[in-house]
Ligand binder design. Structure first.
Ligand code: SF4
Length: 643
């Protein structure tokens, strides 16, 4: 049986297991990337592993999220990241150089390679024929230490593209249509693979828009073949020698297939407040717009910015609209300038910002209250913009700029003929500020400001666990409940003692204080929860910070998948009620003993007894052999050091 592109890359990187859907496999990782918001912790974790230099083919540390240096914290983090890169042999992309995914595509991505990034939009690299996946910082630290990446072998979802996009319809509209059909849960458990005659009609940056935005499907990743268009992109980047052809076999089998005829697509838009709330632009045309933002790793490549500049030639944007441009990279900005396309943007009234995430991660550019903001971003969850009651719509650069001109949501086809968009055959690389790895024998001192705290040490699992139920919560607890984000808390991500003060803050403001008092008495903590415990983002701090406070066991009705994986990584034992009605028997404050917990995990038992105030409660254990070893060792770092 033939293989898909994804299966070929998986096969070439397989170090454990077989390509059987639903079974755990381990992959060799060629490249890693981190961004600053997750990177500081990933490097503290890498330091704690104790390896003197990264073992990947290439690892890059980007600074693109927390660019605003309103006090010492972000500035300190940036210097820490630069010194860490020099010490451990990474490339370093400083603030203002661009968004990690855009810069990685331009300067580092290679068809057929694996890329693991501590950011959920890492699948952008799939536009170049990479198998590019997002993961927690500790997983990325392990990959940098030369360890394989473990995942459950996904199914392959084939998306057959036919036809070609009409003028004013963009790559963004392809994925908006996929999201409309499949919803934000439609890709869970799948790799999305694009094939068919329509693929040749899309440039690499178009493809990267699609694989990037594909993260909103909940997919493991998305991937395109590597073909002549891929080669041309690498020629323009001066990296033609890194091209290789990669295509699915004729008899490749996909687990599920849908077909998108691109000729039939119209300009689309995702309405507040979910990326899958998609309608045709014509259905919401005429609504007044207060802000238009062109940027983010989804849609701010040189192609996108050039198209916007050409559309604006001889036009002005509405004075009722704040029209803002965040270039995806210094390369995009330099080439835009060299081609004479920055001037039309400025003359049309654009506020051109530095290259980076900025408003996409709520770092500035918050829209006015209850007013419409049109963004070429990937997410419009309520409040992410920084404004409560925000009204964020997601669309292509073409829809965004047409609406900036008219001041109302506008179908861009109303503007008349689509202008000619030409791109240079050879790009200015724009990588003057990217720092290459320093030599192995260089003298480097890691610069730690007061916001950088060392990674905490954790003990292994005792034979018998004794503790107390420190908190009892209900169903659908999110990682935001456990470890909130926001402008006040985000800069503390490299400081576990400081950020742990905020654990469960909105649920029980005294939680951290109670945990600390219990720890002083030598009492460990258990948390009891309902169904779908830990849903939401992949943030590892939602496991790491509670563990720091002394939580070592969670007993719930059911766990969200990624949070359960994070709990295991940080040595918190995830147990489920064998009978969910027993949830009612366990009260906050109850004293708990779990006799033989270590042996139960080590010997592969699938259940054990939890004694709650002396009464037995049956619990189930659903863990792989590797997960059991990690938990017995007290977490992934301890396990890796001993493995
Ligand atoms: Fe994340 Fe937005 Fe930055 Fe992309 S641009 S990496 S989606 S914050």
């Amino acid at each position: 049986m033939g293989l898909t592109v994804a299966e070929k890359i998986l096969q070439a990187h397989l170090v454990e297991g077989e390509l059987k859907k639903g079974e755990e496999i381990a992959l060799r990782i060629d490249q890693t990337l981190t961004q600053d918001a997750t990177g500081t912790m990933a490097y503290l974790e890498f330091e704690a592993i104790g390896i003197p230099r990264v073992k990947t083919e290439l690892s890059v540390s980007y600074v693109d999220h927390n660019l605003v240096q309103s006090d010492f914290r972000n500035a300190d983090d940036h210097r820490f990241l630069q010194s860490v890169a020099r010490k451990f042999g990474l490339w370093f992309s400083p603030p203002g150089n661009g968004i990690c995914h855009q810069v990685h595509l331009e300067r580092f991505g290679i068809p057929g390679k694996t890329l693991l990034g501590s950011d959920s939009h890492t699948p952008t690299g799939g536009g170049l024929g990479m198998l590019a996946m997002g993961a927690g910082g500790l997983d990325v630290a392990m990959a940098m230490a030369g360890k394989p990446f473990y995942l459950i072998m996904p199914k392959i979802f084939g998306i057959r593209l036919t036809g070609r996009l009409q003028p004013w319809v963009a790559a963004r509209d392809v994925l908006l249509e996929v999201l409309r059909q499949l919803t934000v849960k439609g890709g869970v458990g799948y790799i999305m693979e694009y094939f068919g005659p329509g693929v040749a009609e899309l440039s690499v940056t178009d493809r990267a828009t699609i694989t990037n935005f594909g993260a909103e499907l909940g997919a493991t990743t998305s991937v395109f073949p590597s073909d002549e268009n891929t080669r041309q992109f690498l020629v323009a980047q001066g990296r033609e020698d890194q091209w290789q052809e990669l295509k699915a076999d004729e008899d490749a089998v996909y687990d599920r297939v849908i077909e998108i005829d691109m000729s039939t697509l119209e300009p689309m838009i995702a309405c507040p407040s979910s990326p899958d709330n998609v309608v045709k632009v014509s259905e919401v045309a005429g609504k007044p717009v207060a802000q238009v933002l062109i940027g983010s790793c989804t849609n701010s490549s040189l192609r996108d910015l050039t198209a916007v500049a050409r559309i604006l030639e001889g036009r002005e944007t509405s004075r009722d609209v704040s029209f803002e441009v965040n270039p995806g990279s210094r390369q995009a900005l330099e080439n835009l300038t060299a081609q004479g396309n920055l001037l039309p943007l400025l003359q049309a009234g654009a506020r051109v910002h530095q290259s980076g995430c900025l408003g996409c991660i709520g770092m500035g550019q918050a829209p006015p209250t209850s007013a419409i903001s049109l963004r070429t971003f990937s997410r419009n969850f309520p409040g992410r913009s920084g404004t409560q009651n925000d009204q964020v719509y997601l669309c292509s650069p073409e829809v965004a700029v047409a609406s900036a001109i008219t001041g109302v949501i506008t179908d861009p086809r109303d503007l008349g003929d689509y202008p000619e968009v030409t791109l240079p055959e050879k790009y200015l690389p724009g990588d003057e500020r990217i720092e290459a790895p320093w030599p192995e024998n260089a003298e480097v001192e890691i610069i730690r400001g007061p916001n950088i705290a060392p990674f905490p040490d954790f003990t292994d699992l005792p034979e018998t666990w004794k503790g107390r139920v420190m908190l009892k919560v209900g169903d659908n607890i999110t990682t935001d409940h456990i470890m909130p984000a926001g402008a006040k808390i985000l800069p503390l991500r490299s400081n576990i003692p400081a950020i742990s003060e905020y654990v469960f803050h909105a649920v029980d403001p005294d939680f951290a204080t109670n945990m600390k008092q219990a720890a002083e008495q030598g009492v460990a903590g258990m948390i009891v929860g309902g169904d779908n415990y830990g849903q939401g983002s992949s943030r590892e701090h939602a496991a790491l910070a509670p563990r720091y406070l002394g939580v070592q066991v969670k007993l719930v009705k059911s766990f969200a998948r990624i949070h359960k994986a994070n709990l295991i990584n940080f040595g918190i034992v995830p147990l489920c009620f064998a009978n969910s009605e027993d949830y009612d028997l366990v009260e906050q404050g109850a004293e708990v003993v779990i006799p033989g917990i270590r042996e139960a995990l080590a010997s592969g038992q699938d259940s054990l007894t939890v004694e709650v105030n002396g009464k037995p409660v049956a619990a189930t254990i659903d863990l792989s052999p590797r997960h059991r070893e990690i938990l017995v060792a007290g977490g992934l770092l301890n396990w890796a050091r001993g493995a």
